[in-house]
Design a protein around this ligand. Structure first.
Ligand code: YH5
Length: 279
């Protein structure tokens, strides 16, 4: 399994961990903009040291109920950080945004991957990705971020998510992007009940059937509140169990907050996976 970005081919024969770098003000903001940027850069370097192969830079929260961020503010948060990180490291940089203008500026600043929870459905998003020749992660979401968790409904969640991702992959190909640039993501927690999330993880190989790498984002998500009654700061062990299962089910990239623990779990799951006899 491989993922292309620009002229680089990312080897996914071993699954990789994507470390989350949240640039929303509640994350690193105590001493103003410059201090926040410095703290964020140090956090990125820590995650790289712990084995993150990709850093996912986000300047706007996509959590249910989060407040939207104006484009200028989002640009001011992410672009300088990407420029600094690009200058100091070869790590793959991912930009987590809904806005084509932010995708464009982030790729110009050195981002290698567009992580879009709208799967490039915003006007102009496909052409930005094609022009920069970067990798993209297409994620499934039912509804809009603000209201998606109100009453998610599917007749067959695995089939519907799979069909949506296949349709968005075809839209990328029709827009002139190579299929080799595309990764797919079922979007755990994005317009899904606990049961929907569990079904998607249990049947992840069906979504993998498109032949493109799968990214799974399960880290600290509310499904563990529903399943175990745990607040967000106590979801590490559940997140590690879920990351392990996702790799066992064939996921190639795991998006995570707790990089060291996730890298260890991913390596164990991948080693067992590779020892399995083909039947
Ligand atoms: C994802 O799955 N998720 S942002 C609520 C939480 C904890 C974590 C209240 N961006 C994904 O991480 N991009 C996000 O507890 C993503 N896949 C991709 N590709 C949501 C998040 C979170 C939300």
């Amino acid at each position: 399994m491989q993922l292309r970005t620009r002229d680089r081919l990312l080897d996914l024969s071993e699954p990789l961990v994507m470390g989350i770098l949240n640039l929303t003000p509640d994350s690193f903001s105590d001493g103003g903009r410059f201090a926040a940027r410095d703290a964020a850069l140090r956090h990125a370097e820590t995650m790289i040291g712990e084995g993150a192969a990709i850093i996912d830079v986000g300047g706007e929260s996509t959590r249910p109920g989060a407040t939207p961020v104006p484009v200028d503010e989002e640009l001011a948060r992410v672009v300088p950080l990407i420029e600094s990180l690009r200058g100091s490291s070869d790590v793959l940089i991912s930009i987590d945004t809904l806005k084509p203008e932010v995708m464009d500026a982030a790729c110009t600043a050195g981002a290698d991957l567009i992580n879009d929870v709208l799967a490039l459905q915003a006007p102009g998003a496909l052409s930005v990705a094609r022009r920069h020749r970067v990798a993209v992660c297409l994620m499934h979401m039912q509804g809009q971020p603000r209201t998606m968790q109100a009453a998610p409904h599917y007749d067959d969640v695995v089939a519907e998510v799979g069909a949506f991702l296949e349709q968005r992959l075809q839209a990328c190909i029709a827009a002139g992007m190579p299929a080799e640039c595309v990764a797919l993501d079922p979007g755990f927690g994005f317009g899904k009940s606990l049961q929907h999330n569990l079904q998607l993880l249990a049947d992840l190989p069906q979504i993998r059937a498109g032949g493109r790498p799968i990214l799974a984002g399960l880290s600290r998500k509310s499904m563990f509140q529903k399943l175990l009654g745990l607040p967000v700061e106590q979801r590490l062990h559940a997140s590690i169990a879920a990351a392990t299962l996702a790799v066992w089910q064939g996921a190639s990239i795991i998006r995570a907050h707790d990089v060291r623990a996730t890298v260890e779990a991913v390596r164990v799951a991948a080693a067992v996976s590779q020892s399995k006899r083909k039947q």
